[in-house]
Design a protein around this ligand. Structure first.
Ligand code: HEM
Length: 145
């Protein structure tokens, strides 16, 4: 699945203000919204299990920083060769495999992520395509571990 030059521009241009803004708070919002929609999923995250108010916790901010920075790696890597993206997916597979996640959970996360970072229209379609490429690649790598 090839991401076109136009789609890359849409992704970069919509991500730039997010990453230049209050990105870690936006990351906290992403997960606060995710857990509002799927309360049971808090338990998937070892660092949040048993935390009484995850939204306002230092644990969630720490997690949000890791994930927002992780998304930024993939935006930065839009022009990298497949072998490099494969290496990044292998790395992500090693950190996510032990969590026992499902592809469905990744599908559920996508609209919450896009709503929370405020992407719509053609930019959202481009994001969805790239997100699905990453998620499909991740699950293919996890299956081989
Ligand atoms: C493009 C999307 C995503 C990116 C870039 C991403 C990135 C990351 C990063 C960088 C970490 C930290 C890894 C480490 O410290 O070793 C992490 C941990 C984790 N991620 Fe993701 N993630 C994504 C999507 C998801 C989704 C959709 C779920 C679940 C529905 C998920 C579940 C987890 C869990 C359970 C952890 C461990 C958290 C903990 O230690 O408490 N991730 N993720």
């Amino acid at each position: 699945m090839v991401i076109s030059a136009g789609e890359k521009t849409l992704i970069r241009d919509s991500w730039a203000p997010v990453y230049a803004g209050d990105r870690f708070q936006i990351g906290v919002n992403v997960f606060t919204n995710f857990f509002k929609a799927y309360p049971a999923y808090v338990d998937l995250f070892p660092s949040l299990r048993g935390v009484s108010n995850p939204s306002g916790s230092y644990q969630l901010r720490g997690h949000a920083i890791r994930v927002i920075t992780g998304i930024n790696y993939f935006v930065d890597a839009l022009d990298e060769d497949k072998s490099i993206v494969d290496e990044m997916l292998n790395n992500m597979a090693r950190s996510h495999k032990p969590r026992g996640l499902t592809r469905e959970q990744f599908a559920q996360f996508a609209p919450v992520l896009f709503d929370s970072i405020g992407v719509s229209g053609a930019a959202r379609d481009a994001w969805m395509k790239y997100y699905n490429k990453i998620a499909d690649g991740l699950f293919a790598k996890m299956a081989k571990l």
